[in-house]
Structure formats: C-alpha cells, structure tokens
Design a protein around this ligand. Structure first.
Ligand code: ADP
Ligand code: ZN
Length: 708
C-alpha cells in the first residue's frame, strides 16, 4: 500500500493545531509555505501548508481532500513557517491565527487577488540579490573610542556566524544609533540581511531617517500606520530579496527576511514590544529566538535595559557592551528632585492659600515655574512631562458624592475640556459645562454635564490634572511662551506629530507638554530644561514592574535634556522623593536601581526571577466569571499538586475589574522552571472546557508585563 499523501494546513481559525488533509492523486505534494484551498465544515478556506502529516495527526477526524493550490512555489519561506509554529506553541495560540496576524492582511482570504497580482508581476521569492558594492557606507562621523570598541565587537560576532546576543547599555545621547548603522553596514557587506526593531515609528522617525539615508533603496520600513497595499508591497519587496534591511515596529519580527545576520532591538526595554491583546507576543524576546534560528547577532540597545536583559547580561548569557558617556563634550543633565511634601510645608509656612500652587491638585511648584521662565528667556527650550492625558482625572458631585464613571468599565471618566471635533460636532455642550468625558479604556464619550445625574446638584467638581490642563495653564500664565502638546488627543497622525517635532527642533516652539510619547529617542539640541511634573504617578499601580517603568520613564525623559551644546537641567516633582526608583533615576544610576529592584523581584518570585503565565478570565456575566475562575483555579491546583513545580495565585478580580462590559478576573502561575510552568498551563488548557462554560473566555498571557 502506498503511503498516505497527507499534509498539515494552518487555517485562520481558533483551533489548537493545524488541520490534516489528503492531497488528491493528480496533484504533487505541496511544499510547506504554499497556500492551499481547503474545505472546513461547509466552508472553503485558505490555509498554509506547514508540513507533511501522519495519519495520527488527523486526531480521528475523517480525512478530507484539499481542493487545490494557490501558489506554485512557497509564498512563506520555510524558516518563517517554523518560527511562526514555534510562536504558536510558546504563546499557546492557534497556529492559523498566528499566521493571519503575522502576514499582511488578505493573504489568507479566499477572495484576495492582490498578492497573486504581485507575484505575477515577475519577481520570484528568494534570496537577496544585492551586491555589497551598492552600499552607501560613507559616513563622516568619527566614532568615539567607546563606539569603536562596541562596533568592532559586534562586527566580530557577525563574522562568526553564530548566535550571539549582546546588550548595548549606552546612556542617553551616547551615540547608539551610529553603532547600529555601522554594524548593519558590516552585516550587509558580509552578504546577510539586517532587521532593526524600533518601538514606535512615529516616535522614532529620527532613527528611521538615519537608516534610510544610509541604506536608501535597500531599506524597507514596516509599521502599523501603513495601508494594506503598502504593507503587501513591502512584504513582497523583502520576500523577493530587494531590501535586505528592514526597520520596523514589533510586527516586523514576522518579515520574510532571508539569511539574517543581525537583529537590532532599539530601546529594548520599551513596553510597546509586547502586544497586549490577541497574540500576546514580545517582539524583543522573539528577536532572540529568531536570532538563534539564523545564527545571527542580536543587539539589544538601551539606556535603561529591562531587568530581564540586564540580568542575562551580568550572568554572562548575553555579552555586555557599554557606552557609559555621552558623545564627547556633553554631560548628562543635572537632576534636582523637588520634594512636594517639603514644598507644601514651605508654602503653608509662607501663608500661601492659592490653590493653584499648593496641594495634590497643583502641578507646578514655584521652583519649576522660575526655571521655565528663565530657560525660555535665555532662548532655550522646555519639555514638561506628565504621563496622563486630559483636563481632570475625575469628576464628582460634592453634594451626593456621585463619581462619573464609564458605563462599560470600572473606570472614572476623564474630563477633556476641548471639544472633540470628530464626535461632537453636532452635539452642543450644555450651558455651564464644556468639553466631554471620555473613558480611556473603551473610548466611550459623553458630553460633560453641568449637573449631577444622581442628585441634580450643581456642585460638580473636577479633580486631578492631565496634559490638557497643564497646557492650558501654561498658555494662561505665560502668554509669551509658544507651546504645544503631544499626547494621543492632540497627535492623531504621524504627520501632526512630525510637524510639532519639526517646529520644536527649528525653535518655532519654546515648550512642549507631553505624555510618554515624548520620552522616546528624540534629539533636540535646544532643549535644556525637562520638568517631570509628577514622577511617582506610575508607582502606585498594582503592577509588579511599576518601579521599573517609572525608572525607565524618568531616565529616558531626563535624557532628552542637554543633548546640544548647552548643559541640561531636569527638575523632578514628586510626592515620593525617597522612593529608590526616583532617587536612582535622578542620579541616572542604573546599577543601583537594578540591584534593589532585582532583590525585590527575587524575594517575591516575579519575573525575571520566575517564569509567569497569566490566565485572563472574562465574560459578560459577573457571577459566571467568578464561578468559572474559582473552578479553573481549583482544577489548576489539583493538576499541579504533586505533578508540577509551580505556584498558583488567585483567582482574583483584575485590578480593572470590568472593561468594555466584560468582567475580568485572573490567575497567575509562576515558577522557576519554564517547563513546569508550561506543563501546568498545557494541562489546564487541555481540561478547561470541563469547568469553563462557553460564555466565559479564557486567554493566556505568557510572560505578562501588564496585569491591570
Ligand atoms: P542615543 O541613541 O545613544 O541616545 P544618538 O544615537 O541619538 O544617542 O546620538 C546622539 C547624537 O550624537 C546624535 O545627534 C548623533 O548624530 C551624534 N553622534 C553620534 N555619534 C557621534 C560621534 N562619534 N561624533 C559626533 N556626534 C555623534
Ligand atoms: Zn469605558
């Protein structure tokens, strides 16, 4: 009897593995990476052949024949198939859905003809055919000694053709980009391709710009702001070997590059490398996995490395390269902490009653106010950083205590004073009120009311402040200062952001108020004062990595100051002046921060000293969610006892217990051995349907970074 002609096919459905099909006698056996048309139930779907199959793969289902091939040669390179299957396994995510998230839209749609048109246009998938001669490597920058040492070290590992992870720990303004550029040139010269990951394209336009001027046509840029057609074109350019250098945001990790020699992850600590829904992958971690598969060099660069990367660097798992100083002649900015508690005492001693400068609702201390004035008067520039949008964080009724909350979420509504033109053009604000209330979780908006919906009273009061209020008060207090605001409310497009950035660079603006959008890699030569308005804002959230994020944000935003010829100054306003994250960030003292934070995490058994998997349980009915969570946890404990070395925490309602009308609870599994934690997770997932009804959703977050 001849061997059964069976293949596994990944179809974009929430099923655990690939599906198995018979290949009709009149067709050859398709290679992995070829798209095929297959029957699924009564539907016809497009799937990707992932490999040959055995009879047993069909799991007892009746085998059906596939209908036919879409591609003649593999559209998806074999390397990428293996990598995506690995990802599906690691993140406990259906392989077909990994494919549909990783590939440009339309690849798996039965009707899409665009990609076929591209293929017909001539180029064939394959290796890059560029010759190293057409490289624009010329650069008139003379490297510093530290940069030279880093570059030659990276070059050496590239030529070794073996997996070499490197952490490049360089302070802000130490010239990491130039190191990346030289390393990328070397890699291209050796005939291998390069992947450069950046946190957010809009925020890193400068870095992208450097790469495009150095590599021109050899470069492809990939980011989420592109149209579907652009994404397909770039994908196809990469697939056909026309652009051996790719710069992109997290999803660029899925690009079909061939023969990778170097992967660079710029600002490797950045939270945007982790996708927070659906396939919850971390592109920084996947860069290491990919690097290993290609025997490539992986450079993780940051001034504030993630705890996990630094831990690996000092344990010798990664090689550690340092750029401890800024580019010659420039020093790190002087950071001064303004202790708001001390300040309050002084103010009350001096008989201050003015609400605008005293109390938790005041955002500007006299010291920062003076510094802003002096800086602008000298013709220099200011950035004010506050990681919170809007005008007021919450609104309540002073008569009955009613707090305006989102109807879909357990979240207070943020007051925005400026009317949102798009959604409120036709809605006139009521007399006595202005602007709108918005939920920052689900986006629900409502026009601001002048009266309390509960008691009808008019003593409605706004508390807290956000970037909108700061900007408005700056304009009121200092009419001569030319200011702008950068946050998600004002900057809806990359174009708008670029125009503000370019106005600031060319000194048409004196001051920018912004959220974390302004903390990333920008280089503003005229910027000499950075004011951090509320440094401890992110410290009191129930996240295991709150201190790490706070340290990173403060250090990064402080690092924007004094990158030109004039020295920089940073004023840090805080209510928690003696918190170690704030103290060490003001001294730009990474080592001390690391030691303290590492000790705490080790004690509490949190990542990176434990492996963690978070189960997120949600549903429309609270009782059903609570009940399913309790049963799931009970089952998890039974499965674990005696069989797996892992701790189970919870279930507990998520800190944000209801979002978008779904009640949420969670259960955290952690342990020191990955295999144990994963083993338990598989066992739970295998049996979960026995205790969880279909109305309750269970999602898995491997290596979680955000537990809210
Ligand atoms: P980082 O990413 O480490 O914060 P950048 O790469 O943005 O720093 O470099 C800071 C500035 O220094 C940039 O304007 C860059 O062009 C410049 N620069 C980098 N290397 C050199 C060098 N060797 N000599 C002079 N200027 C340099
Ligand atoms: Zn909401």
């Amino acid at each position: 009897m001849s061997k059964a002609r069976l293949v596994n096919v990944a179809v974009p459905l929430p099923v655990e593995g690939a599906l198995t099909y018979l290949v009709p006698e009149d067709l050859p056996l398709p290679e992995p990476g070829i798209r095929v048309r297959v029957p699924v139930g009564r539907r016809q779907m497009v799937g990707i052949v992932t490999g040959d199959a055995k009879e047993a793969d069909s799991k007892g289902f009746k085998l059906r024949k596939l209908y036919g091939f879409i591609d003649q040669t593999p559209l998806i390179p074999a390397q990428l198939i293996d990598f995506l299957l690995w990802i599906a396994d690691y993140y406990f995510y259906p392989p077909g859905l990994v494919f549909s998230e990783a590939l440009p839209p339309g690849f798996l749609s039965p009707k899409d003809a665009a990609i076929s048109r591209l293929i017909k246009k001539g180029s064939k998938p394959g290796k890059s055919r560029f010759t190293p001669e057409n490289l624009a490597v010329s650069s008139d920058i003379k490297l510093t000694d530290d940069q030279s040492a880093a570059v030659s070290s990276i070059k050496k590992t590239i030529f070794n053709n073996s997996y070499s992870p490197i952490l490049l720990h360089g302070v802000t303004g130490s010239g990491k980009t130039e190191v990346y550029l030289r390393a990328a040139s070397s890699c291209l010269e050796s005939g291998r391709s390069v992947l450069v990951m950046v946190p957010e394209i809009a925020m890193t336009a400068q870095t992208t710009g450097w790469f495009s001027s150095r590599f021109g046509d050899l470069l492809s840029v990939l980011h989420s702001g592109m149209t579907v057609a652009q994404r397909r074109d770039q994908w196809w350019r990469i697939r056909t070997g026309k652009s051996p250098v790719v710069v992109g945001t997290r999803s660029a990790i899925f690009s079909p590059l061939d023969d990778l020699g170097l992967i660079i992850v710029d600002e490797e600590h950045d939270p945007s490398y982790k996708q927070s829904d659906k396939l919850r992958y971390n592109a920084r971690d996947m860069a290491l996995v990919l690097g290993k598969r290609f025997n490539a060099t992986v450079v993780l660069g940051s001034a504030t490395p993630s705890l996990s990367s630094y831990k690996n660097a000092i344990s010798g798992k990664y090689r550690l390269l340092r750029l401890p100083e800024r580019i010659t002649g420039r020093s790190l900015p002087a950071v001064e902490i303004i202790d708001r508690r001390e300040e309050e005492k002084k103010l009350s001693g001096a008989g201050y009653k003015k609400k605008s400068i005293s109390g938790k609702d005041a955002w500007l201390t006299p010291r920062l106010e003076t510094a802003i004035k002096e800086t602008v008067e000298r013709g220099e520039q200011v950035i004010l950083f506050l990681n919170r949008r809007g005008f007021a964080t919450y609104i309540f009724c002073r008569e009955c205590g009613y707090v305006f909350r989102c109807r879909n979420c357990d979240i207070t509504m943020t007051w925005h004073r400026a009317l949102n033109k798009k959604s409120h053009a036709s809605q006139k604000a009521l007399p006595g009120a202005s602007g709108y209330l918005k939920c920052h979780y689900c986006g629900f908006e409502t026009v601001a009311l002048p009266a309390c919906p509960s008691c009808g009273g008019t003593a409605v009061k706004a508390l807290g402040f956000g970037t909108e209020k700061v900007e408005e008060e700056i304009k009121g207090r200092f009419p001569y200062i030319r200011s702008a605001r950068i946050d998600r409310d004002t900057v809806s497009s990359t174009k708008r952001l670029n125009s503000i950035i370019s106005d600031f660079r060319s000194r048409r603006l004196d001051l920018i108020v912004g959220t974390q959008m302004i903390t990333k890699g920008h280089d503003f030569p005229g910027l000499t004062l950075v004011g951090i308005l509320w440094a401890d804002l992110g410290l009191n959230v129930p996240e295991f990595n709150a201190a790490e994020r706070t340290f990173q944000l403060i250090t990064q935003v402080a690092g924007r100051a004094g990158r030109g010829n004039a020295p920089g100054r940073v004023l840090v306003q805080t209510w928690m002046a003696d918190h170690f994250a704030i103290e060490t960030a003001s001294k730009q003292d990474y080592e001390t921060f690391f030691k303290k934070e590492a000790a705490l995490r080790q004690e509490l058994k949190y990542a990176p000293f434990a492996r963690m998997i978070n189960f997120k349980i949600s549903g429309a009915r609270k009782a059903a969610v609570m009940d399913a969570s309790a049963k799931l946890a009970k089952m998890a404990r039974e499965l674990a006892s005696g069989s797996f070395k892992a701790d189970i925490l919870g279930p507990a309602p998520a800190p944000r217990a209801r979002i978008k009308n779904r009640y949420r609870s969670q259960m955290l599994i952690k342990g020191t051995a990955l295999s144990q934690v994963r083993g338990l997770c598989s066992a739970i997932l295998e049996k979960k349907d026995k205790v969880v009804p279909s109305s309750v959703r269970v999602e898995v977050d491997v290596d979680p970074e955000n537990m809210l």
